[in-house]
Design a protein around this ligand. Sequence first.
Ligand code: ADP
Ligand code: MG
Length: 683
Amino acid sequence: MADMHTHSDLTRVKGIGIKKKTALARLGINSLKDMLFHYPRGYADKSNRRRVHEVAEGDAATLSGIVKSIQTTRSNGGRVMTRFQMLEDMTPFELLFFNAAYLEKQYSAGETLTAFGQVHKSGRQVTLIHPEIFRESDQLEQQLVIMPLYPLTEGITQRDMAALIREALDTVLPELEETLPESVLRRHRMPGLKASLRELHFPTDRARYKAAKYRLVFEELWSLQLNLALLRVDAKRGKGIAFRTEHVLDHYMRVLPFRLTEAQHSAIMDIYTDMSKDKVMYRLLQGDVGSGKTAVAFAAMALAARNGYQSVLMAPTELLAAQHFEAMKRLFPESVDRMALLTSASKHKKKLREGMSGGATDWIIGTHALLEEEVVFDRLGLVITDEQHRFGVRQRNRLEEKGLSPDVLIMTATPIPRTLSLVLYGDVDVSLLRELPAGRKPIETIYVQKKQFQRLCLKVDQLIETGRQAYMVCPLVEDSEGSAGLQSAQSLFEDLRSGAFRHRRVGLVHGKMKSSEKNQVMTAFADGHLDLLVSTTVIEVGINVPNASVMVVMDCDRFGLSQLHQLRGRVGRGEHASYCYLVADRPGEVAKQRIKKMVETQDGFEIADWDLKLRGPGEFFGTRQHGLPPLKLADLSRHLDILALCQKEVVDLLQRENTKQLEQDEIELLRRRRHEVFESFSI
Ligand code: ADP
Ligand code: MG
């Protein structure tokens, strides 16, 4: 297999030189093997013969006619252009070629030709640009088939692509190994990898094409599931720490300033049960915004500390990490000396890190800064990520790898249906917090037309007068071209500060600010030094200010439903009556429905379900955000059923591996995949 998979093999193909190789690299193609997985974005049906009078500009069309004349000229720019004047019965059309003067010698007037190419229409003049041409004698049936159209880049033509694909199909495909177990192929009646790839590039018939595509979609989702599962299974199966739980919860409940909700209590019981086993815990804690996940996290950390192990809580923002840290110090004053807060803003980082590696600290809270290589732990027994969809799979994993076999708890505010959580977390155990702490007043949600904004400001001002604080969230940071009419945080801040709220303390925070500045403003707001905080969605997950009771969302039609729900969750966190004002100027139909849903319910699970039905899961999680590999053919909004099948197959496969019932091909496949996982997932 002499450098079959290296760069050099591309230039082996006729017509592919260094220049084209560079262009191909831009498409992520570095070897002939890559070509096989460079899927068509669509197809051109050459078999569909057309008449000159029916074609339109831009069509890809097949036309036939008699050659009247052939001429080669040179354009001002020095391009050599060869034109074939053609006649379809009495109707003239033209074929135009670039740098192909040799064609003059190969074809002559009076011949009948069939040409496939892109139509350029100028008035009545129809030209096919650089078409493929065939003679009557060229076995037209075999030539005029459905042709793939590939994503291109400058310097690469469809013709180059087709040549490369043909070469790849001839030379690399035969050596390609099957990627799905034989049993899975049989069970789902799917064609093999080779046949599927061939069919996807050069379809022969509709049914076969559909089967091939299904199989390749299946393959992507199966591979995703297996990779995720392998990451987990190793963790899950590893021998974990058997924590001793005696008296820990009693003590914790005594120091808490409030009574745990029933949901919190039972989540803690789930966690303690897992942690007391010598199996590694892998648990997802799903709880709506404000349901009190942090209190559950602290209970788990307390258990680790009591057993002499370190635990880490990773928060999505610096401010939130700092807030958690303060809360933790208040709850466990006797352990303050053994606590550390590590964010990129922390001073004396080296000393903090020494405390962690030397074992002097065991209550550890931080941000992404915890992922840095220099951060080493002594006896890390528990990893908690408060991710609210901010950390990718890889990042999460990186932290888990820092312990030997730490227990893992992932907290998320977005209630996601089981099928989808399977994609993100694999076969994870789930605890739900479906109940809000008692005494919470419902958040009154009100739709406000933009033209009533001034009146809304008066209302907000009255609430500030009673001692409350307010947020105003905008879709943009600053005014910019092409977003006419949308409210930017910068301009709203300036307007309000010198207008309706000139007698108040107004702050501004947005994503373009330096993180230290952001932090300063958010801390000032959290400490009650600001009355009104104008912001972008940076505050979505980053802040817990019980005294804030008003959330105004400007141009609310620009936000997704889950996002609106998250934003609304910033208020209603204390004992005060809270309000969420959704401001929009003539929202569209879909936006109106979203607003209506927000007004109707405050239940995040209900909202998520409804949202999922309305939009499909595509927006629910872009794969990039989660550090998952990109899917080429599979689309999570359309292929949930296939995803579920794959999940079942993967669970089954791993179970059989566990009980040593695998067939030979399955064993080999798993071995290869394990290897792949660590290449593609771990950093
Ligand atoms: P989230 O689940 O959104 O992370 P938090 O953990 O930040 O929620 O909790 C939201 C607020 O509710 C915090 O101010 C917290 O102190 C308070 N809280 C949590 N649990 C309870 C409870 N059982 N009773 C009363 N207040 C609680
Ligand atoms: Mg939280």
